[in-house]
Design a protein around this ligand. Structure first.
Ligand SMILES: NC(=O)c1ccc[n+]([C@@H]2O[C@H](COP(=O)([O-])OP(=O)(O)OC[C@H]3O[C@@H](n4cnc5c(N)ncnc54)[C@H](OP(=O)(O)O)[C@@H]3O)[C@@H](O)[C@H]2O)c1
Length: 211
């Protein structure tokens, strides 16, 4: 799949590397003048390339957004026309003071993003754990893969994202429509508070057990 990553930091960089290793054509969007993270990520794999953000978006079937939440409107707003018909994987989390929900739990960041780009299909994913687990999703002591939850309203877009989740080494778990994004964002806060404030290992992930 032709994939563009906007924001090649801890999250975007890890996903870019894993997806390129899995055989996807991954382009890092030059979203910021002189981006240190883009230069660093590019140097980590000869499979990656970089392009001006407009060209990178035009050439992509699917765009991974991994910028700070506060940058979403300024980064994505001007690209709305170019993003029509494309899938946007929203990896961003609105985080407020004291690790609270950045939009006061009134609406999810993903729904705000979807309203900015009505012609695209937003799918929220890769948000419920720290980037350490995106870089290395292996848990050899267990016979299950860590679960990666995702949500969105477009079934075709979700099928594409589910494949990428599998390619990144996780078990995809569809948790419903984009209305579920608020709950995933709270789940992120739960994980972050457990790990960053309460001493749990950053290599803590969830698994789905069924019977
Ligand atoms: N860190 C985690 O474990 C984690 C896990 C799940 C989800 N998330 C979410 O994923 C998103 C990215 O987090 P991260 O930890 O990967 O952050 P990060 O390492 O700081 O990377 C952010 C990326 O966005 C770029 N960027 C920053 N401001 C920008 C702007 N105004 N316009 C365009 N590009 C901009 C940065 O470029 P420069 O390098 O040039 O600054 C960098 O490439 C956040 O929304 C975060 O909440 C984080």
């Amino acid at each position: 799949m032709n994939i563009t990553v906007i924001g090649a930091g801890q999250v975007g960089g890890a996903l870019a590397l894993r997806l390129a290793d899995a055989g996807h054509q991954v382009v890092l969007a030059e979203s910021k003048e002189g981006s240190a993270s883009l230069t660093k990520t590019l140097a980590r794999s000869s499979r990656l390339s970089a392009a001006p953000i407009e060209d990178a978006v035009d050439g992509a079937e699917l765009v991974i957004l991994a910028t700070p939440y506060g940058a979403n409107a300024s980064v994505i707003g001007p690209l709305a026309e170019r993003l029509v018909g494309k899938v946007i994987v929203d990896c961003t989390n609105p985080v407020g003071p004291g690790l609270s929900h950045g939009l006061k739990s009134e609406r999810s960041g993903s729904e705000v993003l979807q309203a900015l780009v009505p012609g695209a299909s937003v799918v929220k994913s890769f948000t419920i754990y720290g980037f350490e687990n995106l870089e290395d999703p292996e848990f050899p002591a267990y016979n299950v893969k860590p679960t990666m939850m995702f949500c969105g309203d477009d079934l075709t877009a979700k099928a594409k994202v589910a494949q990428l989740i599998t390619d990144c080494g996780f078990e995809p778990l569809d948790v419903g429509g984009l209305v579920q994004a608020l709950h995933l964002e709270h789940m992120t806060l739960l994980w972050v508070r457990m790990v960053r404030l309460n001493g749990h290992s950053p290599r803590l992930t969830w698994a789905a057990l069924r019977r």
